[in-house]
Design a protein around this ligand. Structure first.
Ligand SMILES: Cc1cc2nc3c(=O)[nH]c(=O)nc-3n(C[C@H](O)[C@H](O)[C@H](O)COP(=O)(O)OP(=O)(O)OC[C@H]3O[C@@H](n4cnc5c(N)ncnc54)[C@H](O)[C@@H]3O)c2cc1C
Length: 139
């Protein structure tokens, strides 16, 4: 959940992380562990999701990429990281903060009937981390 202030505006996050590969997830886990307010954006894909066998991460002799990602996402969620399945298109600086525009972001729940709720404001943070990997196709 994004936190809101008394006026209903979304409050400033501490960090927005772009990409839920090992790099982004590790950042999320540590930031969340220290109680920072973190939002993680990810779209499916990335090198890890294609790896059948990942070898020699510390303490993990062998694991599949998808299994590593699933475990990492669970760890991040447990530390309160908000996860959005959306592609970050643009990051802009505004008043000493960063604003992230993402496509495919779900709308806010509608108070009345369908089809859709109102457009949600773009999240803002004090910092952001790009861990979007490199363009990859399955091996
Ligand atoms: C077949 C194979 C075997 C491998 N074996 C090993 C091994 O044995 N040991 C090892 O250490 N490494 C191995 N690697 C390499 C390892 O998988 C990569 O080093 C690692 O995945 C890089 O992690 P990353 O977080 O930088 O990027 P990625 O894992 O690529 O993650 C980046 C994420 O960012 C998302 N993303 C990109 N752009 C956006 C955007 N605009 N908005 C939102 N999300 C976005 C991507 O979809 C992806 O989910 C292997 C790789 C492959 C393909």
């Amino acid at each position: 959940m994004e936190r809101r202030d008394s006026t209903g505006s979304e409050t400033l996050l501490d960090c927005i992380v772009i990409g839920a590969g090992p790099g982004g997830l590790q950042a999320c886990i540590h930031l969340g562990r220290y109680n920072f307010r973190v939002m993680l954006f990810n779209i499916p894909g990335g090198r890890t999701s294609y790896a059948k066998h990942l070898e020699n991460y510390l303490d993990i002799p062998l694991i599949s990429g998808p299994e590593l990602l699933e475990t990492g996402l669970g760890q991040a969620k447990n530390f309160g990281v908000t996860i959005e399945n959306a592609r970050v298109e643009r990051v802009t600086g505004r008043e000493g903060t960063f604003e992230v525009q993402a496509s495919g972001r779900p709308t806010a729940p509608a108070s009345s009937s369908p089809p859709q709720g109102p457009r949600r404001p773009s999240p803002r943070s004090r910092t952001f981390i790009v861990s979007s990997g490199t363009p990859t196709t399955p091996a």
